[in-house]
Write a new protein. Structure first.
Length: 97
């Protein structure tokens, strides 16, 4: 499974970011530009995933890691963000609500 740090995520340009936390978690604050497709519903929303490479984030990296593993087996080019939104916030990076 491919993974990157929140610092590497911040340096990426033009790579879509999927946040797999639940909608209420997402609404409390997320990485700017992230699109919310909760882990609990992603199986029925595969058509909304980007064509080509994209990053996947959650709160700490566990859920997103499981999603990336599952998507890898389906041929998606997904990369996990280690540390998740929690580490992004701890690093002092901006969030959107």
């Amino acid at each position: 499974m491919q993974s990157i740090s929140v610092h590497q995520l911040r340096e990426r340009a033009n790579t879509p970011l999927i946040d797999v936390r639940e909608a209420d978690e997402f609404a409390r604050g997320h990485v700017p530009g992230a699109v919310n497709i909760p882990m609990s519903s992603i199986g029925g929303r595969l058509g909304e995933l980007p064509d080509g490479p994209f990053d996947v984030i959650c709160q700490m990296g566990g859920r997103s890691g499981r999603v990336v593993e599952a998507l890898d087996t389906r041929g998606y080019e997904a990369t996990n963000v280690d540390g998740g939104t929690g580490e992004w916030i701890a690093a002092g990076y901006p969030i959107e609500n």
